[in-house]
Write a protein that binds this ligand. Structure first.
Ligand SMILES: [Zn+2]
Ligand SMILES: [Zn+2]
Length: 163
């Protein structure tokens, strides 16, 4: 922190550099982050570099109109960004939940069918894989990974019963 008690690192990316400091709290935001999120014009407004920056209408002089509330003091400008962020997160979660390869995503019925198929024959030929995948309602990749997990489980069980 410098003498003014302002943070010397950007609140968002943690880098120093060209910072715009809040006039109401100690937080600073770098030109890169501000420009990235709100455009270069916004950063010029904050630092008061904009040409013809307005003089306070009350005529009080002292940097009137140059005061800037940061994105923690005034979150209004951030709202659309946060909403977009939430939407992205929600979409990502959906994708993650639907990700193939996790056994727990199979229903009980699917697992039963897989078990029966495995006991009938533990190897998967290309044709059988295709047929079984559509019958059970999983992708071929899920099926292959289930079978390979199941085979290693069976192998472990054999090793235990032999010893
Ligand atoms: Zn930054
Ligand atoms: Zn602030």
């Amino acid at each position: 922190m410098d003498a003014d008690g302002l943070e010397e690192h950007c609140r968002w990316c943690g880098d120093g550099g060209e910072l715009g400091g809040c006039d109401f709290c100690i937080h600073s935001f770098c030109s890169r982050c501000i420009s990235h999120n709100f455009g270069a014009e916004e950063y010029r407004k904050i630092t008061g570099d904009a040409e013809g920056s307005k003089v306070g209408q009350d005529g009080s002089g002292e940097n009137a109109g140059a005061k800037w509330q940061c994105y923690l003091c005034d979150q209004e400008p951030l709202r659309p960004l946060q909403e977009a962020h939430t939407a992205v997160l929600t979409a990502l979660q959906k994708v993650t939940q639907a990700a193939p390869g996790s056994r727990s995503h199979f229903s009980v019925k699917q697992r039963e069918e897989l078990e029966v198929a495995f006991l009938a024959c533990s190897s998967l030929s290309g044709a059988r894989r295709l047929e079984l995948a559509s019958k059970v309602g999983v992708t071929e990749k899920q099926l292959a990974s289930w079978f390979s997990n199941r085979r290693s489980k069976a192998k472990k069980e054999r090793e235990v019963s032999v010893s």
